[in-house]
Design a protein around this ligand. Sequence first.
Ligand SMILES: NC(=O)c1ccc[n+]([C@@H]2O[C@H](COP(=O)([O-])OP(=O)(O)OC[C@H]3O[C@@H](n4cnc5c(N)ncnc54)[C@H](O)[C@@H]3O)[C@@H](O)[C@H]2O)c1
Length: 283
Amino acid sequence: MLLTGAAGRIGTVLRGGLPERGWALRSLDVVPLTDTRPGEEHLVADVTDPAAVLDAAQGADAVVHLAGVSGESTWAAVSHANIEGTWSVLEAARRAGVPRVVLASSNHATGFTPRPGSGLLREADAPPRPDTFYGVTKVATEALGALYADRYGMDVVCLRIGTAAPEPTTTRHLSTWLSPGDQVGLVDAALRAPAPGFAVVWGISANTRAWWDLTAARALGYEPQDDAEVFAAALVEVDGEPDPADPVHARVGGEFTTRDFDAEHLGPPLPRGDIAPGSGAEP
Ligand SMILES: NC(=O)c1ccc[n+]([C@@H]2O[C@H](COP(=O)([O-])OP(=O)(O)OC[C@H]3O[C@@H](n4cnc5c(N)ncnc54)[C@H](O)[C@@H]3O)[C@@H](O)[C@H]2O)c1
């Protein structure tokens, strides 16, 4: 299985957990891996380089595509890495005959979607409503996935990941956390589900305070094991109980929907074509 973005936070977790579940990894990142495991193939390549990705995809049984800018950045930087990169990965998979691709989408593809008055929010009730340029690239990620599934019959599973982190560090994360163990379980389920076709599912743990519906993810075979609630008392003691009227808690994208995450605040406008490093990674 080809894993892009293997040196990143989620990539590192998956490289630890997927081999135990039987996956042989070909790990790709634009930066060299410093800690390869026995049996792990590793490649240094840029996912926006179609020829390099096509080479990397040869013989793979699936691709898990994580590589890209993982938070708000300039349009030039985030659109290039995330939209060109996702197209390049899907096209490489098609040409190499790889039948399944798992794409890292994000809750920020639909960040301005409001919290429902009651009940859980299904993916189908959360259409594109991006909260940032980054979120727009995740809408494009899902759209590209749909195109390759519908036109070429590939299985493409898009994971609208919440907060992938060792542990929750804010009260919002009590709803949005995806634990390291559940990152592995979710990706494993997305890789193994029989004939999912095109699917978009939330990626969170079994959090007591969750308000995103895990029915679709569970239908893939995902069985979340962790619950952020074990961290609740400590976080609430510091931050207080979440105010449901606060945009951070009232919208899918949380703080990404606030003025602080306006791309204008990333620095002075850049001339066209200038690439700024990513910043404002998903907290
Ligand atoms: N961490 C989260 O909570 C979260 C939430 C929602 C979505 N996601 C998505 O999941 C994916 C992984 O997230 P993460 O937190 O591990 O991010 P990360 O920033 O830790 O890792 C991203 C990796 O991609 C690599 N990369 C960047 N551009 C590349 C390129 N052009 N070619 C090859 N490699 C490149 C980087 O070197 C890095 O190792 C991202 O697509 C991100 O948008 C993450």
